[in-house]
Design a protein around this ligand. Structure first.
Ligand SMILES: *Cc1c(COP(=O)(O)O)cnc(C)c1O
Length: 385
């Protein structure tokens, strides 16, 4: 049996023999249909309605954030969070080279530019050491810290909790605080992931979540800004709802702002999904445990477990395979041929067309991760197989 066949067999032992097994299928039950129908019947399907507030309060309570502001998607949440953190047009924002392109696009939408930095081998997130090198080489000025590589001000640093595994956020905060650089967490993938008892996305000045269809909880499309700061929360609400002044009938707006509010229809879906989130998290942990056991004695393949001291939501289960890009692609081909939807990591951001021209830090670890990691089927329903 070839090593690719053994790989397929190992996944099949865990997920069963359905002809097609998706990477991450949303779990929609009667409760969701009931809430969405209730919303439709109310006719409040758009920017006004009670489900948005209920969903915001529910997510805030679950994460321990003082405030949650529901918006149209994770990208718009990150754009607004960056602007509220003080990122100015022309700034650099430090982001991991290994992330979904939304992380960098949100920086661009805020009219700043991403500065790509390397990843950490264990957490898969932004390397605190590599960020430290950039900050220590930077030049302090009255306007802020000037990136030695670009001559631009460093407006913020955006760690991302990759596949749901928490990065070393406590150490990153200490470092960034010492240099006066705000931290905005891209927690799009890590709803339910914690460091100690504290939820990811609540460490930085602001954090964001995504509720896209492939995330652990979906609203169809949606996102949330998290913060403990009342003033930032009020600004976030104002900026994402066209900066309209409250009045019973007048249309008075006091600045150019966004129409980023989450529609009530999407929030209705979110309210029902949030009630089931503890079950999704438990199912994903059971699935991860079974994969870990199954891969324990497969040669040259390592299951990616949660970093020590953290609790991952195991949004996407993944393995690392020795043997470089050819071996990775051999495994992707064999699994996808066998009806197992497996995916590589995203292509590194500093190599993508919109960002190739930008200076960036060295990225040896991100390159090694990119050429060795394979994400494997992770739907919560698979835990019941
Ligand atoms: C999903 C995701 C986002 C936001 O995506 P939206 O589709 O805009 O909700 C941002 N960053 C990362 C890392 C993501 O995985």
């Amino acid at each position: 049996m070839s090593s690719a066949e053994a790989f397929v067999r190992t996944i099949r032992d865990v997920v069963g023999d359905e002809p097609f097994v998706g990477l991450h299928i949303p779990d929609i039950a009667e409760a969701e249909k009931h809430r969405v129908r209730e919303c439709l019947d109310s006719t409040f399907v758009s920017s006004v309605g009670s489900f948005v507030g209920e969903f915001e309060k529910g997510i805030a309570a679950f994460t321990g954030a003082a405030y949650g502001i529901a918006v149209s998607n994770g990208t718009s949440a990150l754009q607004v969070a960056l602007e509220l953190a003080g990122v100015a047009p022309g700034d650099d924002v430090i982001v991991p080279a290994l992330s979904f392109i939304a992380t960098a696009n949100a920086v661009s939408h805020a009219r700043a530019q991403p500065y790509f930095v390397d990843s950490d081998e264990e957490t898969l997130g932004l390397s605190v050491d590599a960020v430290g090198q950039v900050l220590r080489a930077a030049r302090p000025t009255p306007e802020g810290l000037i990136n030695a590589a670009t001559g631009r001000r460093i407006g913020a640093v955006v760690p991302m909790h990759t596949l749901g595994h928490p990065m070393r956020i406590v150490e990153l905060l200490q470092l960034a605080d010492a240099f006066g650089v705000p931290v905005v967490e891209d927690a799009a993938e890590s709803l339910g992931s914690r460091v100690g008892a504290q939820h990811t996305g609540t460490f930085g000045a602001l954090g964001i979540l995504s509720f896209n269809g492939n995330k652990i909880l979906t609203t169809g499309g949606g996102g949330m800004i998290l913060t403990d700061d009342e003033e930032l929360a009020l600004r976030a609400r104002h900026l994402t709802t066209t900066a309209k002044l409250a009045h019973r009938w007048e249309f008075e707006h006091d600045e150019v702002a966004y129409n980023f509010r989450m529609p009530n229809l999407n929030a209705a879906l979110g309210v029902a999904q949030l009630e089931r989130l503890p079950d999704f998290l438990a199912a994903k942990r059971r699935l991860a445990d079974r994969y870990r056991d199954a891969f324990a004695d497969v040669a040259d393949v390592t299951f990616l477990a949660e970093p020590g001291g953290t609790e991952s939501n195991y949004w996407l289960c993944a393995v690392r395979a020795a043997g470089g890009l050819d071996r990775r692609d051999e495994l992707l081909e064999a699994t996808n041929d066998a009806g197992l939807q497996c995916r590589p990591f995203w292509n590194l951001l500093h190599l993508q067309a919109p960002y190739r021209h930008l200076p960036h830090a060295p990225t040896p670890v991100a390159e090694a991760l990119h050429s060795s990691v394979v994400c494997i089927p992770s739907s919560p329903a698979l835990a019941a197989v």
